[in-house]
Design a protein around this ligand. Structure first.
Ligand code: 13P
Ligand code: SF4
Length: 303
């Protein structure tokens, strides 16, 4: 029995659904029952029938699945796969700024810990941030942790007043303007598709800005034949699979999230084999109760 067959068999036997993000390796995306962006994964996690969820992604994604399914078991393929941006904000910093701006709504990007979510009013993902913030009744918005996504939303909603945190994704931050200009020169007919975690100067040179799922959707609906992609290169698997006749180019050779790449087929098989003995996501009851609200509020407002 090969590794893929073994995973499929264990998954059935142990009542497990595998949810995966577009940034994990192609062979993992292929074996996952559902692949999506952070928003689609959160929605899917709230709908699955299986008793066990195995998350092929990073910790904030698994935690969100647990918050939306407190009665289910949620396991990470690799417990050490985190998100550098999520680590840039703490619950005590959110409390401190909230006390300073009591009128502000606290909006947390889903790339944050359960503790930070517990201190927030609403959660957003890159695909629904504008829509959700637009629906907030407060004029003042304290947005954590991503300053680039916050500026992107602020530009779309000039009627709101933003208080920024200084977080960023180190992977998207490395995508630089000089490299993008060079890529545009090399591929003059290509459109630039970017994730809103990129810096302002990259977004200013982009033809389309959206979440991973939005970028994939755009490439399918658009008639252009070539694209320069400013996000993690895991998306290339779906982009090329959905559009075999089109060409996709990265801006730099450093668009790789090392935490997403910790997920592998071997580790999936290992976790499934010893499911009972694996360390699953376990969160403090009170934090769970509080952190669930902003996520549910997001699912409601993003409808
Ligand atoms: P998406 O919301 O597009 O899935 O992005 C998640 C992420 O971590 C981007 O770096
Ligand atoms: Fe976090 Fe950036 Fe990796 Fe996304 S790409 S999971 S934001 S470190």
């Amino acid at each position: 029995m090969n590794l893929n067959e073994k995973i499929r068999k264990l998954k059935e036997e142990k009542d497990v659904v595998i949810l995966g993000h577009y940034y994990v390796d192609a062979d993992v995306q292929e074996i996952a029952d559902f692949v999506g962006d952070s928003y689609a994964l959160a929605k899917k996690a709230a709908e699955v029938d299986q008793q066990n969820i195995l998350f092929a992604g990073v910790s904030f994604m698994g935690e969100s699945a647990k918050l939306l399914n407190p009665d289910k078991h949620v396991y990470m393929v690799d417990n050490t796969a985190g998100c550098a941006m999520a680590d840039m904000i703490t619950a005590s910093e959110v409390k401190r700024v909230r006390a300073q701006y009591p009128e502000a709504a606290v909006v947390c990007y889903v790339n944050s810990s359960a503790e930070v979510k517990a201190e927030s009013d609403v959660c957003v993902t890159s695909s629904n941030a504008v829509r959700v913030v637009e629906h907030m009744k407060q004029k003042q918005i304290y947005f954590v942790p991503d300053s680039h996504l916050a500026h992107f939303v602020a530009k779309a909603l000039p009627e709101k007043e933003f208080i920024y945190h200084n977080g960023y994704c180190p992977i998207h931050q490395q995508i630089d303007k000089a490299s993008l200009e060079k890529a545009k020169e090399k591929y003059p007919d290509a459109l630039v598709l970017s994730h809103p975690e990129c810096a302002d100067d990259i977004l200013a040179l982009s033809d389309y800005i959206g979440s991973t799922a939005d970028i994939i959707r755009f490439s399918k609906e658009d008639t252009t034949k070539e694209y320069i992609i400013a996000t993690e290169t895991g998306v290339f698997y779906q982009l090329e699979k959905e559009n075999p006749e089109k060409k996709f180019y990265p801006v730099t050779n450093c668009q790789v999230c090392p935490d997403m790449k910790k997920v592998s087929l071997e580790k999936i098989a290992g976790v499934l084999e010893n499911l009972e003995k694996q360390q699953e996501i376990l969160l403090d009851e009170k934090i769970m109760e509080q952190a669930k609200r902003p996520l549910e509020q997001m699912l409601e407002l993003a409808k």
